[in-house]
Design a protein around this ligand. Structure first.
Ligand code: SAH
Length: 347
């Protein structure tokens, strides 16, 4: 077979690799060896798998290859964050962000090429929706960045699906990738360190809640009443606040788990004291915390970040009403790596 017909093996689940081994006349166990090699040992060439029988290796290598997304550009922020532009097999590109901290590193992943939700404050929305990423392209973001930044397997990694796209509109691929990321024979990043962030696709929140094992959930609230939220996030017309918060209220949290609400603070739009009071009322009774994100601005959109003083007063109102609230200044603003940003920030 020519290279053209060769398939990228990256993204196949353990069950799929076991099936593949069996189809090639091997024992099921060979599939597990292959799985460990690809994801735990991060091997990049099937020919190098000398622990597999030559015949199996040859058959595999004639039909499959291991391809990570290609790093097309890297933009390093003063604060240590790095935005990577990754080129996919079909020529599309997505972005991932690497954020090292003292005791851990966070990778922000994309789940779609572009996004169809058209949130008015988000720069990814300007691209429109191109397509869903495959499990291989999602896992490939982690493997490509781990390689480029020399992240050892032992490193404490957090994964957030807060890059381009709406992860709950690509839930099967996001869940398949999360299972491989979390598996101790896979990348070994526990599910409690993986977070899916959603703009509020209500039926998919219920669906995620029914998963026996799942990543954590963050919900982008971003507004305190329906009219305001619909103006900022057209998806709210389909799934208004009442439905969204009901879904959050019945979401089955683990004993010490909290749901995260994200709230992008837009100067003069959603940042008043009255907004803070309404937000406190909305989330009442939901075991949760709120991350307040000062808006990351850019030339293409008209919004401005709330002044820090405003953000702090908003936070105080929430705290006074027993809603834990944290201020999250986005990293990588100088290289357009910050939340929702494709253009230089002012905040
Ligand atoms: N579609 C998902 C994940 C991508 S957006 C979601 O909506 O949650 C990740 C987070 O960045 C969301 O909380 C979103 O509200 C926020 N965000 C989008 N644009 C932003 C901007 N310009 N400044 C700050 N945060 C932004």
């Amino acid at each position: 077979m020519t290279e053209r017909h060769s398939r990228n093996i990256l993204g196949l689940s353990l069950a799929e690799l076991e099936q593949l081994a069996i189809a090639l006349g091997q024992s099921r166990y060979r599939g597990k060896q292959l799985y460990r090699a690809i994801y735990a040992r991060r091997v990049q060439s099937l020919e190098s798998l000398t622990d597999l029988k030559r015949e199996f290796r040859g058959a595999l290598a004639s039909q499959y290859h291991i391809a990570y997304p290609e790093i097309q550009g890297e933009f390093a922020s003063r604060d240590g964050a790095v935005r990577s532009v990754l080129r996919l097999g079909d020529g599309n590109t997505v972005e991932s962000v690497y954020m090292p901290e003292e005791d851990r590193t966070t990778l922000c992943l994309s789940s779609q090429v572009g996004c169809g939700l058209d949130c008015k404050f988000c720069f990814t929305g300007l691209l429109g929706m191109r397509r869903n990423l495959t499990p291989g392209e999602i896992i490939g973001q982690v493997l490509a960045i781990a390689k480029a930044r020399s992240i050892p397997r032992r490193a404490r990694l957090n994964i957030v699906f807060m890059g381009m796209g709406e992860p709950l509109l690509n839930l099967p691929a996001v869940m398949q990738s999360a299972r491989v990321l979390a598996d101790t024979d896979g990348l070994g990043i526990p599910l409690r360190r993986i977070t899916i962030s959603t703009a509020g696709v209500v039926p998919k929140i219920h669906e995620l809640g029914r998963e026996p094992a799942r990543p954590k959930l963050a919900v982008s609230l971003n507004a305190s009443h329906d009219e305001q939220r619909t103006a900022l996030m057209p998806l709210n017309r389909k799934y208004p606040l009442r439905q969204l918060l009901d879904a959050c209220r019945v979401f089955p949290l683990h004993p010490r788990e909290r749901l995260t609400f994200e709230y992008v603070m837009l100067d003069g739009i959603n940042d008043s004291n009255a907004d803070a009071e309404r937000v406190a009322a909305l989330v009442r009774g939901i075991r949760s915390k709120i991350n307040l994100i000062p808006y990351n601005s850019g030339a293409e959109l008209p919004y401005r970040p709330s002044p820090l003083k405003r953000v702090m007063e908003f936070q105080e109102i929430l705290t006074a009403r027993n809603v834990p609230a944290f201020i999250r200044i986005s990293r990588g603003q100088d290289v357009r790596a910050a939340c929702g940003q494709l253009s230089l920030a002012g905040a």
